[in-house]
Design a protein around this ligand. Structure first.
Ligand code: FE2
Ligand code: FE2
Length: 278
């Protein structure tokens, strides 16, 4: 079974991010995939998100397509009358209408392989011990004049740790619900499950903001179930392929294209669609 994963298309951020979409679709078509996975951060605009999903569905990519939203997708900047929970549910409905399987709603099983997933969130467990910022400082999501934009646009019902633990529990329940009927489990989250995948840079505000990359509970959930062989995620715009215990961690993001990538968009799209065989 050949699986392809990418994330963080961010088509609203730059013209190049918009222009690369057909090349990603083409890369996925050519890869002859059995499963295609998008690990979130397409666009805060629900209509734009639907258009991106439809670009894949209307292509020659004739395999099951799975999706988990990213933090930018649940931003309510353009829909200030709803909560992020409501937007999360709306995204699941849009997903189904656009031919994608919303992994957070229910796991997906193909040929005895289970796919579980959720957006995940952060509980500041990725905070760096070399700094002494308070819980309140992390909750403010601001440092040195820089702001982590979830503070303006993500409107969850609960604190960050509460939201993170809610999604960790959801993932744990998904894994429990299928583990007796599958031979292997692939987990997809948007947020990062392993702190070792977010190395410190020794600079602020980055090392402060790295607290918003993910939660250790996501990683523990993957590592404690022997059937979980792969953890796919996005959010950090750095490509990653790293072994963590028995789990292969893969992040394959497009990221912000403020400058044209080396090579052309087609080559970059192919590079950022990571494919692996089971
Ligand atoms: Fe992103
Ligand atoms: Fe993100």
């Amino acid at each position: 079974m050949k699986i392809g994963v990418t994330s963080d298309l961010h088509t609203d951020v730059t013209l190049l991010n918009k222009q690369i979409l057909p090349y990603i679709v083409e890369a996925a078509e050519k890869a002859a995939l059995d499963i295609f996975i998008l690990a979130g951060d397409l666009s805060p605009n629900l209509l734009e998100l639907a258009k991106i999903l439809m670009a894949f569905t209307e292509s020659n990519l004739n395999c099951p397509k799975l999706f988990v939203p990213g933090n930018h997708d649940i931003w309510v900047s353009e829909h200030p009358d709803i909560t992020s929970e409501q937007k999360y549910d709306a995204i699941a409905a849009v997903c189904r209408e656009c031919g994608f399987h919303p992994l957070d709603a229910t796991p997906f099983v193909k040929n005895g392989v289970g796919f579980c997933g959720t957006i995940g969130w952060y509980d500041y467990s990725f905070r760096r011990n070399e700094y002494n910022f308070s819980e309140e400082a992390y909750a403010s999501k601001q440092l040195l004049g820089s702001v982590w934009n979830d503070s303006n646009y993500a409107k969850w019902d609960g604190t960050d740790p509460e939201v993170a633990h809610r999604f960790e529990n959801k993932l744990r329940n998904q894994i429990s619900s299928i583990k007796d009927s599958v031979s292997q489990i692939i987990v997809t989250t948007h947020h990062v499950p392993f702190q070792e995948c977010v190395p410190p840079r020794g600079t602020l505000p980055w090392d402060f903001f790295s607290a918003y990359m993910g939660s250790q509970g996501l990683g523990v959930t993957c590592l404690e179930e022997q059937l979980v062989t792969h953890s796919l995620f996005g959010h950090t715009h750095v490509p990653i392929r790293q072994q963590v215990g028995d789990v292969t961690a893969i992040c394959s993001p497009i990221g912000y294209l403020h400058q044209a990538p080396a090579g052309d968009l087609s080559a970059y799209a192919q590079e950022r669609l990571t494919c692996f065989e089971l």
